[in-house]
Design a protein around this ligand. Sequence first.
Ligand SMILES: Cc1cc2nc3c(=O)[nH]c(=O)nc-3n(C[C@H](O)[C@H](O)[C@H](O)COP(=O)(O)OP(=O)(O)OC[C@H]3O[C@@H](n4cnc5c(N)ncnc54)[C@H](O)[C@@H]3O)c2cc1C
Length: 540
Amino acid sequence: MTERETIIKDSIYDLIVIGGGITGAGVARDAALRGLSCLLLEKGDFASGASSKSTRLIHGGLRYLANFELDLVAESLRERAVLRRQAPYLVRPMPILIPIYRDDPHGKAAITIGVRFYDLLTREKDIPHYSTANKDKTLALEPRLNPEGLAGSALFYDHQIRMPERLVIENVISAREAGAKLLTHVKAVKIEETAGDVVVTAKETLSNRTATFRAKVLVNAAGPWIDTVREAGDVDPHKIIYPTKGVHLVLPKLTEQALFVTSRDGRMFFIIPLGAYSLIGTTDTKYDGDLDEVHADRNDIDYLLSESRRVLPGMQISREAILYTYAGIRPLAFSGPGESKISRKHRVIQEGRFGRIITIGGGKLTTYRNMAKDTVDAACRKLGVKARCMTDWKPLAGWLSADYEHYVREEVPVISALFKVSPELVLHLINVYGSRAEHVLEFMDISPAYGETISPDSRDIYAQVAYSVAEEGAKTLADIILRRMPLGMTASRGIAHAERIAEIAGRELRWTDDEKKHHVEEFRKVLEKDVECLKGGDNK
Ligand SMILES: Cc1cc2nc3c(=O)[nH]c(=O)nc-3n(C[C@H](O)[C@H](O)[C@H](O)COP(=O)(O)OP(=O)(O)OC[C@H]3O[C@@H](n4cnc5c(N)ncnc54)[C@H](O)[C@@H]3O)c2cc1C
């Protein structure tokens, strides 16, 4: 916050959005594109909440068919198609194999009907149809599967987004380009609604300065923290969110084939390739703890390990093999009054004494654009503004072409020759930044060292560090390493290079030597929390 922003008495935004996860970033983008003046406040970094803790799938949600949530599946598949069009560099098709065992609680017939129905709901013509296979063919597809009791399998297609954090940044940049103002590390602590406006008191968390902002409408997009934000205002005390915890484990790669596995208790979980690694997850347990300290515990890990060993018995799936874990809270919304029904569907609720507070709960990463649309529609109604949503056709910040393969074929050699870098680096940057890869490479002009690879674990270069601070609002090492570039997802997570990264980031952010040390120490603590639960050996 600048001095000028600390008390804004006269200016009044159409909209203040609380929360810079995928929902809030999507709302800010949609609102700004419709011409509304918009301010977004995020208490940590963009995507530091649930949006960086997902299974990283852009999916229709095959398992929601079991609850007959056809409208949710149809909405998700529709949104999946929009995302494939808008961000093909982030979202990739992925075949997923469901091994079916003779004692499977769902049964072969139910699974086959499910994938067939899913297939029917999929409108994209270029996605291959589902298929089923007998035991031998299944083992040919994935020889590491446990053959004992294996009856066959079903194969269907969904999509993976390796870094949902980047999708959030794409929305942030698009929102900023359309005129929105977005502040990170600024926490809304008090909300006062009057007949004419909403006043938000906010605290800058890295400096403790306080500021006051005014808007005609407030959007509460605080994900799992929605009820905490509601408590800071004068709204109906009924809870909207039913928080459940989901845990993931990251290990060296176990299989090339993505698996969707039924556990002994009938729940389904994924074993998915994630670059050079495998992602195992997730769990789903009611959570009553501190929303700011969500971590895997021993039970979560034992459950995922033992179920994974059962299906891949020949692999070394031990506690010691786990590189790190991450855990998040699903912001599931009660779908009716009271705490009766929980769904993945989203709910837009207009509340507050004067109806100036709009809360968006539930939903998924996959459906964020539609959630944002419904939220901004509600805000427009309150503001008395008629403005059409444009996010279904307006490109995202890094949009490159409707034909990703063609763009890569044509542009990679050109950009590689222009910047005198390898085609592999250009492709890597395109898969992170889309068409903005070239802007990242322009940062190499600042210093020849910026063209150097940071770590042997990833193709990331130091120019990305400078770019993330100068152009993408990163303010701490965790912002830079964990949420702006793939380095944070590797086995080493960039820790060995934290000092040098702090050196480069510190130039932009004007950190003193002591501040650089402090940031490295803080980053170390963040990483430590993701492995603390692994101490104490295996329970095999
Ligand atoms: C384990 C797990 C697996 C999942 N897997 C998938 C999947 O594969 N596919 C899929 O489509 N969906 C998935 N989801 C769901 C999806 O991740 C979430 O629905 C989505 O990310 C929620 O985004 P959000 O912006 O609403 O919440 P968040 O990302 O949590 O954003 C809310 C933000 O609000 C900020 N905030 C809170 N309080 C304040 C305050 N007072 N002031 C300012 N800022 C504040 C927080 O810091 C946070 O960044 C999964 C979720 C989990 C937990």
